[in-house]
Design a protein around this ligand. Structure first.
Ligand SMILES: [Zn+2]
Length: 321
């Protein structure tokens, strides 16, 4: 009994020591990563929040109009220097600037064949938009389109599916950094989240909660209602045609129950294929055709539900002015 507090204290100290060591190791690893993008022959020091990178004006100017303009006006008398190299202070976080520079110097990291963390792709979207680095922005937008395709065929066969929390991040990023091409599909995915998650947000690893802003929440809830109505209207039209057929009548009636079940009507998974199990081949074919027409019709109306329209990808011209 008597030694309990001290052993508990020992454990706490040990845990603290461990987490301190982990933090230290992480900081060292980060510093080593940053150092890779500081060059002896660099001629401009970019100072982010705490980290700095000695890089080349020529390389940055080649890819970014914003940097080109900054360098053009930067040669004033009171210029800050470090070891004779001019310092340019930027309002960016260390990791954000690091990732942009890494994409410029080591573009193989953003090659489309390499999987990319969703968070990283949003950092790169933000930075490439801010500094007008076209090739990075285009690459990230095509990645986002693979996740949120703007055609029903690609949507049905998409291999990359974002987690629910990413819909919240993608929506804010698309609005903030001008990527209208993914907006209808992102909104559609937001509607497929549970109502609780839509209203209360989703907690993430660091303990914080990601949630929609009040204005996007309104758009989502209104759009969700409109989608439900479209789905209901379509079913009301489809169902009598489907069940009045004499062929495979019993199976048809059984399937009709499934179609109008609450879980199906409210799942918003209206673009998933139907199996039509139990129907003969001819009836299966009929049903698939009708269902396809319905989905294509609703898909066309998805953007309207959110006050948008389908945009064609990509948006290269928009970036270069
Ligand atoms: Zn049949």
């Amino acid at each position: 009994m008597a030694d309990q507090p001290s052993s508990a204290q020992g454990r706490t100290e040990q845990a603290e020591e461990q987490s301190q060591r982990a933090r230290l190791e992480e900081a060292e690893a980060r510093a080593a990563r940053y150092k890779q993008l500081s060059f002896d022959d660099g001629n401009i020091i970019l100072q982010a929040d705490t980290a700095s990178f000695c890089v080349h004006r020529s390389i940055l100017s080649l890819h970014s109009e914003v940097f080109r303009d900054m360098f053009a006006v930067g040669n004033s008398d009171g210029e800050e220097t470090r070891d004779g190299v001019p310092v340019l202070r930027l309002p960016d976080q260390d990791d954000e600037l690091y990732e942009l520079l890494r994409a410029l110097y080591l573009p193989q990291h953003i090659n489309r064949t390499i999987p990319m963390d969703f968070g990283l792709s949003l950092i790169l979207l933000k930075m490439s938009t801010k500094y007008m680095v076209n090739f990075v922005r285009q690459e990230i937008i095509s990645r986002l389109i693979r996740c949120y395709p703007n055609s029903i065929r690609k949507y049905r066969t998409r291999r990359v599916r974002a987690e629910d929390k990413n819909h919240i991040l993608a929506l804010e990023a698309a609005l903030q950094h001008d990527v209208p091409v993914i907006l209808p599909t992102v909104f559609l995915n937001c509607c497929q989240m549970s109502l609780d998650d839509i209203l209360d947000g989703i907690s993430i690893a660091d303990g914080s909660i990601l949630h929609f802003t009040p204005s996007t929440l309104k758009v989502i809830l209104r759009g969700r209602q409109k989608l439900l109505d479209l789905q209901r209207l379509w079913l009301a039209d489809f169902m009598p045609k489907f069940t009045s057929q004499l062929h495979c009548k019993e199976v048809r009636e059984g399937l009709a129950q499934v179609f109008v079940s609450k879980s199906m009507v409210e799942s918003f998974d209206m673009f998933a294929p139907l199996s039509g199990e139990g129907l003969c081949r001819a009836c299966k074919h009929d049903m698939a055709r009708e269902w396809w027409i319905m989905r294509a019709d609703i898909w066309r109306k998805v953007p309207e539900c959110f006050g948008l329209r389908w945009e064609s990808a990509p948006v290269a011209a928009r970036v270069t002015r």
